[in-house]
Design a protein around this ligand. Structure first.
Ligand code: GDP
Length: 454
């Protein structure tokens, strides 16, 4: 029996007590299952219409519910589907699900509804992945990026490049198979000059991958500086103003306090660290080592200094050591006591603040937002396509490399039929982002990450 033809069923709402919970069904044969559950004849259901009825199991009424039947292909999976809006208790919803299973449905696997939507052509693979990203989005940028991908933003850009590659391949074929038509066909140099634009677009997309990771995971940020400059006061001020604290954990490996907060939609994983100074105390030395570990592992360092003393030569050494690899913002703190112009050092952005009075924090937040979402990604608009998944990034890199190879082969005078080999590979790489010409086990692996009921 083909398992793709079964009627599948799952609880689609989160596990826990709620006013309403939804059991979802999909597959040809849904109507017969509804008939057995609701004792309403299959031919009575009109598509996209709400019905009220009792859910039966073993001849007993187990709940009072609403239901909506969606006739194929006008449903998420493009199959005959139904949603049953039952009471949202864990037990009662389980009973409704069992009633569906007894009536002939089988339990859906994780992501199986979305997988069917993909297999039935309702979504391509990158759109199906966006469904999952949308569900797991923790902030506005992630939500907008996922929604845009779901709407086909990314797919359209990928398809445009694929179309171009296909036309180049056709031109190459034409000039090889029908040399008499060579006049009509574009010559290979002409074709590959067009590839610059395509390459630039793919590179632009690929460059958003770093932001994609940050959006989904957060910017690892270390607050460092000498003792008593106001690091703890600063982190408290930031936490106080940004109420989107997700969790508070003592780092298990570093013994450094880690907090997750959101600044202008940029998620930060902030690490408060031990003060840096020369010391003979062995315990303090360990703390300082851990501070350096945290700083090396960060994407952003907020270096705090006391405005009265300014930057000491030791401070400068530390900043210089991290500056080549990590984004740094210098914060001159306690400017409520000492009004000084922030010093210029190594072209690093310096902001005057008073952590105690919460002065200058807005400037800090704008700078962070600009640093991580400048250019194509805007924290407010979120109009740009963002590569959120490693799978997409790797395939984009491969496509870029293949197009570059075609260009360099062309420059070295390699025969045209051989130049079409890397071009065809690039075409396939891009197709894989959309789920075309992709192995079943890769598809299965992607959908395995989904929750049951989606
Ligand atoms: P840390 O050792 O770097 O974490 O520094 P703390 O946050 O513990 O602050 C050390 C001292 O400086 C405390 O007495 C704070 O109240 C004080 N302090 C911190 N920030 C400011 C500030 O912006 N202005 C003033 N006047 N005092 C501050």
């Amino acid at each position: 029996m083909n398992k793709d033809r079964d009627v599948i069923a799952a609880i689609a709402t989160a596990h826990g007590q709620g006013a309403i919970g939804i059991v979802r069904l999909s597959g040809a044969g849904v109507l017969q299952i509804l008939e057995k559950m609701f004792w309403i004849k299959a031919e009575k259901y009109h598509s996209h219409t709400m019905y009220y009825g009792n859910v039966h199991k073993d001849n007993e009424v187990i709940d009072e519910a609403m239901l909506c039947y969606m006739k194929a292909p006008r449903s998420f999976t493009r199959e005959d589907s139904a949603e049953i809006y039952a009471h949202g208790g864990v037990f009662v919803l389980g009973e409704v699900l069992y009633a569906a299973l007894e009536a002939g449905a089988r339990l859906a696997e994780p992501g199986e509804f979305t997988k069917r939507a993909f297999l039935n052509g309702r979504l391509n693979l990158s759109q199906a992945e966006a469904v999952m990203d949308l569900i797991s989005a923790k902030n506005g940028i992630a939500r907008r990026a996922a929604l845009r991908q779901l709407g086909g933003g990314l797919s359209r850009r990928i398809e445009a490049v694929r179309d171009k590659i296909l036309s180049w391949l056709a031109n190459i074929e034409l000039s090889i198979d029908y040399p008499e038509h060579e006049e009509e066909a574009k010559n290979i140099t002409e074709i590959l000059s067009e590839s610059d634009e395509a390459l630039a677009d793919l590179k632009r997309l690929k460059e958003t991958a770093g932001a994609g990771r940050i959006i989904s995971e957060g910017v690892r940020t270390a607050i460092i500086g000498r003792p008593n400059v106001g690091k703890s006061t600063l982190i408290n001020a930031m936490l106080h103003e940004n109420r989107a604290i997700v969790h508070e954990t003592a780092g298990t490996t570093r013994d450094i306090l880690t907090e997750e907060i959101r600044i202008k939609d940029v998620p930060l994983i902030i690490m408060d660290t031990a003060g840096l100074r020369q010391t003979a105390d062995p315990v303090e030395k360990i703390g300082i080592e851990k501070t350096h570990e945290a700083a090396s592992d960060s994407e952003l360092i907020l270096f705090v200094a006391d405005a009265l003393c300014g930057l000491t030569s030791e401070d400068k050494e530390i900043i210089k050591a991290y500056e080549p690899t990590t984004k740094i913002i210098i914060l001159m703190n306690k400017t409520d006591l000492h009004k000084t112009e922030p010093p210029q050092f190594c072209d690093i952005k310096t902001i005057a603040i008073s952590a105690k009075n919460h002065d200058g924090l807005e400037d800090l937040y704008s700078e962070i937002s600009k640093m991580f979402f400048a250019g194509s990604i805007t924290a407010e608009g979120g109009e740009a396509d963002i590569i959120m998944r490693e799978r997409h990034k790797i395939l984009l890199e491969q496509a870029i490399e293949n197009i570059k190879k075609a260009k360099s082969d062309c420059d070295s005078g390699i025969p045209e039929d051989l130049i079409s080999v890397p071009l065809r590979a690039a075409y396939i790489n891009l197709g894989e982002i959309l789920g075309l010409e992709i192995d079943d086990d890769i598809v299965d692996r992607i959908f395995d990450e989904f929750c049951v009921g989606k």
